[in-house]
Design a protein around this ligand. Structure first.
Ligand SMILES: [Zn+2]
Length: 113
């Protein structure tokens, strides 16, 4: 389950940021997760609970914003939703290799106390 190692990296980042701001606890952690990021939301939540135990984020709430995948067509320039990673342009039928968003896995905000 690679969600566990991803979440460990996010935890380290969050703890570093919280520490830099002198926080005693992390209340809320918000992540942006692309629909094509290759992670399971449920697995992320499970990993979150596991890796945050015994840290100042042990009681933190995890918020996940799912970012829909969007492609841009190199042929006609149209932007369209890339369902299941298929990037076939609905206007001209060209296959786009340009994914504008949908692979993110980022820590976007922390609420600390
Ligand atoms: Zn097109």
């Amino acid at each position: 389950m690679h969600e566990l190692s991803l979440m460990e990296a996010l935890r380290d980042l969050a703890l570093q940021q919280a520490e830099a701001e002198g926080a005693v606890r992390i209340a809320v952690m918000t992540l942006r997760v692309g629909s094509l990021a290759g992670v399971e939301i449920e697995a992320l939540r499970f990993a979150f609970a596991a890796v945050m135990a015994d840290t100042i984020a042990a009681a933190a709430v995890l918020r996940i914003e799912v970012v829909p995948a969007v492609c841009r067509c190199g042929g006609c320039g149209r932007r369209f939703a890339a369902l299941d990673g298929v990037c076939e342009c609905p206007s001209c039928g060209a296959i786009s290799r340009e994914l504008l968003q949908g692979r993110e896995l980022q820590l976007t905000s922390l609420e600390i106390a």
